[in-house]
Design a protein around this ligand. Structure first.
Ligand SMILES: Cc1ncc(COP(=O)(O)O)c(C=O)c1O
Length: 398
């Protein structure tokens, strides 16, 4: 056996990717599998964005670009951040990446030395922990609870801070909880970290998918004094149904962005040239297709939440954003299905897929045991049928 790098030992395979692979394998054998596991919109990329890509291809825009992105796209991003987010950045403070994921990866590679710490609020997007570990950093997890709307206790953040804390990550709307942190919660975080010089990473990837009034805001809006040490991470995957195109960006302090670009210079180089042209069209073109998508997700969020809350033993808080319901299934843990003990959310998800052909992601790898993540980025018909299958499983538990 080849001896692989030690740092890989701390990293776990993505549970969503492995669940999806298992669901696909079952479907390939002819099983009628339904999936609530999707982490991407089930809509197509809007036509005008595809047209811009076709035009770029026809114009021969197929060469390397500047590593950090084409000036036209950087200018559109600077403009978007100013107009939509009331945040001021210069083009040198922006780096265009291969998805929001690469922005985060580059950031931790650029920021962390062995043993440096990053504060992460649970439940969290699974990749945060592994990306920090891949950069030889240490994730420091802070628990939150559904009873408190998944909002962190500032005292817990104060306690978690150490001289090694280099960053705190905030993700609102959240994957997996669908929660939007209130302005008061963000102000609480800002207050807790005011004595530290750690960076604030705001992962705004779900900013467009909001089902509550009031519009989007992030911590730099609520606590402008933090803006100089805030890194905004965003991308085109969720807002513009462009997951396969792989495009994201980060905006932040000049030295941090320069470090991130250095990592990119020596790894992927520029994001796809054609995709960058399409992204300019996404930011500067009509936003109406997006409104239609959000209107549809709003209906589905209500439909799925209501359906889940009708199932005995299942409690679901209504998601305020993203496209996930995150029901509390703690009352089902410890029961048994045909003699097999439901030992946790992973086991529950396994039984759901193996016996009822429904894929849903367990909460445990997101740092929230006793929960399941149900994505409503699928049709209302599938939501109805899938909930029916889940209700059948619950009814069969003893
Ligand atoms: C919270 C969160 N951040 C970032 C990403 C990265 O998305 P992408 O790399 O497609 O831009 C995802 C994707 O699932 C996510 O859920």
């Amino acid at each position: 056996m080849t001896q692989l790098a030690k740092r890989l030992k701390a990293v776990k395979p993505s549970p969503t990717l492995s669940l999806n692979a298992k669901a696909k394998a079952l479907a390939a054998k002819g099983a009628d599998v339904l999936s609530f596991a999707a982490g991407e919109p089930d809509f197509d990329t809007p036509t005008h964005i595809k047209d811009a890509a076709k035009a770029a291809l026809d114009a021969g825009f197929t060469k390397y670009t500047a590593t950090g992105g084409i000036p036209e796209l950087k200018a559109a991003i600077v403009d978007k951040l100013k107009k939509e987010n009331q945040l001021t950045f210069t083009p040198e403070q922006v780096v265009v990446t291969v998805g929001g994921k690469q922005a985060l990866y580059n950031l931790f590679q650029a920021l962390l030395s062995p043993g440096d710490e990053v504060i992460i609020l649970a439940p969290y997007w699974v990749s945060y922990l592994d990306m920090v570990r891949l950069a030889d950093g240490e994730p420091v997890v802070i628990e939150t609870s559904v009873e408190n709307g998944w909002e962190p206790d500032p005292a817990a953040i104060r306690k978690a801070l150490s001289p090694r804390t280099r960053a705190i990550i905030i993700n609102s709307p959240s994957n997996p909880s669908g929660a939007v942190l209130s302005r008061a919660a963000l102000a609480g975080i800002a207050d807790a970290i005011k004595g530290s010089d750690c960076l604030v990473v705001t992962d705004d990837i779900y900013e467009r998918l909001l089902y509550v009034p009031g519009g989007f805001y992030n911590i730099a809006n609520v606590a402008p004094e933090l803006a100089p040490r805030t890194v905004v991470v965003n991308g085109f995957s969720k807002a513009y149904a462009m997951t396969g195109w792989r495009l994201g960006y980060a905006a932040g302090p000049k030295d941090v962005i320069a470090g991130m670009q250095m990592v990119q210079d020596q790894s992927t180089s520029n994001a796809n040239s054609i995709t960058q042209k399409a992204a300019v069209a996404a930011l500067t073109g009509p936003q109406a297709p997006l409104d239609a998508m959000v209107a549809e997700f709003t209906k589905r969020a209500a439909m799925m939440t209501d359906g889940l809350n009708r199932i005995p033993g299942v409690k679901c808080r209504k998601p305020e954003g993203a496209f996930y319901c995150f029901p509390d299934v703690g009352a089902l843990i410890g029961r048994s299905y045909k003699g097999t003990a439901v030992t946790g959310s992973v086991k529950l998800s396994e039984i759901l897929l193996d016996e009822f052909l429904l894929a849903a992601v367990p909460g445990e790898p997101f740092g929230a045991e006793g929960f399941l993540r149900f994505s409503f980025a699928t049709s209302p018909q599938i939501i109805e049928k899938g909930l029916d299958r889940f209700a059948k499983l619950v009814a069969a538990l003893s």
